[in-house]
Design a protein around this ligand. Structure first.
Ligand SMILES: Cc1cc2nc3c(=O)[nH]c(=O)nc-3n(C[C@H](O)[C@H](O)[C@H](O)COP(=O)(O)O)c2cc1C
Length: 188
């Protein structure tokens, strides 16, 4: 029995991370843009991509500065994440609107968002026009982690961080761990 229907080809990949990207252009006013089209693309050097529509206010800031920070939200930041994806920095100060706190980056001018458990500071290596979006390929130059989320072995406590995901237009919580990498072959 065939239990499938064929849909028009589209961006159905899910779940994906949803992140708040901070950027700062030459006017020195920091902005936040919500990005769903992001991913890890290399381990050594650590690299990520974000895809941004060239019409966005943030696109100009990212392009001008050549850098940005990826701030990974927890599920309690779902509302702020959505707000930064519907308001434009051309009209609103999104740090003011959300009440999120500006933090200092180690390696770039753009700030980080203090409330986000993980912050990745990124410097752009390449820009690829793809169609609706331009993809920025960037190297992660510094990582900041909220202290309370590191256990006594120095590991990040993913479950405790309550990270947020995105699937087909919905914000979804990342639930409990079902097993560590390699658990399927681990001897009992
Ligand atoms: C969940 C979500 C995901 C989004 N993903 C992207 C994305 O990957 N790329 C993009 O260009 N815009 C994306 N947007 C839209 C921008 O975040 C939105 O247009 C924002 O208001 C632009 O802000 P700015 O004008 O300050 O640059 C997304 C919005 C939401 C709510």
């Amino acid at each position: 029995m065939n239990n499938k229907v064929t849909w028009k080809a589209g961006t159905l990949l899910a779940p994906v991370p949803v992140v708040m990207v901070t950027c700062q252009g030459s006017d020195s006013k920091p902005n936040i843009i919500t990005i769903g089209w992001t991913g890890t693309i290399c381990s050594e050097p650590p690299m990520v991509s974000i895809s941004v529509r060239p019409g966005r206010h943030s696109y100009k800031l990212i392009k001008e500065s050549g850098e940005f920070a990826i701030n990974i939200p927890s599920k309690k930041l779902a509302k702020e994440t959505d707000l930064c994806g519907v308001l434009s920095g051309s009209k609103y100060d999104k740090f003011h609107e959300t009440g999120l706190t500006i933090g200092k980056s180690n390696s770039i001018k753009a700030p980080i968002i203090m409330e986000c458990p993980i912050n990745l500071e990124c410097k752009i290596k390449q820009e690829i026009p793809l169609g609706s979006h331009n993809m920025f390929i960037a190297e992660i130059t510094s990582v900041q982690i909220t202290k309370d989320l590191i256990d006594n072995k120095g590991e990040f406590m993913t479950e405790k961080a309550n990270l947020l995901g995105y699937a087909h237009g919905n914000y979804v919580p990342i639930g409990k761990s079902l097993g560590k990498f390699g658990f399927s072959v681990k001897k009992k």
